[in-house]
Design a binder for this molecule. Structure first.
Ligand SMILES: [Fe+2]
Ligand SMILES: [Fe+2]
Length: 201
């Protein structure tokens, strides 16, 4: 498996929880009661699985490896991707800040949570599409087998040393519990996310 295929598989799990987040926001708006437990789980997932682990692999390992092959951070896609990660962190922070007040019945906080989830889902959805269909295809073209092997090892270290043993798996379980609760199909993993010919390069 290539490093980009691991990241694309993680995208499928992130999309699964984005669908759950949309349903959490729908539930909050239509019923007027706030599903605090699910909202806290989703925010925890996006903070730790999507941002700390997945974006960590991209920002600390994949993007620098691409830049070492000549991709420009300042004028290229990696810089744009990092800026979008940062924008996403802002939305997740804002969602987290509004959970307690929304759960206590504050209509403004509930509406702000809903608007932040909508903006976050749109941002991350298009971000993932750019990486799957453009950036990762470009990365696959420039990496040697040795580069791929080093990146795979670095990704394993992020999971085992930075996240901690078993933590990655705990978040996969959480993603499936949320999906089952909201009737969202579980992601099908183990296949490449690339669609040949769709690269925007
Ligand atoms: Fe990314
Ligand atoms: Fe990504």
């Amino acid at each position: 498996m290539k490093p980009t295929e691991i990241l694309s598989d993680e995208h499928r799990v992130i999309e699964q929880v984005l669908r759950c987040l949309e349903k959490i926001a729908d539930e909050a708006q239509s019923k007027g009661t706030f599903p605090r437990d699910s909202a806290e789980k989703a925010v925890d997932f996006f903070r730790n699985f999507a941002d700390r682990c997945h974006h960590g692999k991209e920002e600390t390992h994949l993007f620098p490896a691409m830049e070492a092959k000549g991709f420009s951070r300042d004028q290229g896609s990696t810089g744009v991707m990092i800026a979008e990660h940062e924008q996403g962190r802002g939305y997740v922070r804002a969602m987290a800040e509004n959970i307690a007040r929304a759960a206590e019945g504050d209509a403004k906080a509930l509406q702000a949570f809903v608007e932040d989830t909508q903006a976050y889902c749109a941002l991350l959805g298009s971000h993932i599409e750019k990486e799957d269909h453009c950036l990762f295809a470009m990365a696959d073209q420039v990496f040697t087998e040795d580069d791929q092997r080093k990146l795979l090892l670095a990704f394993q270290k992020v999971e085992s040393e930075e996240m901690g043993a078993g933590v990655h798996e705990q978040y996969l379980t959480m993603a499936n519990e949320l999906a089952d609760h909201y009737g969202v199909p579980r992601a099908t993993l183990g296949r490449a996310g690339h669609v040949p010919g769709r690269c925007c390069h």
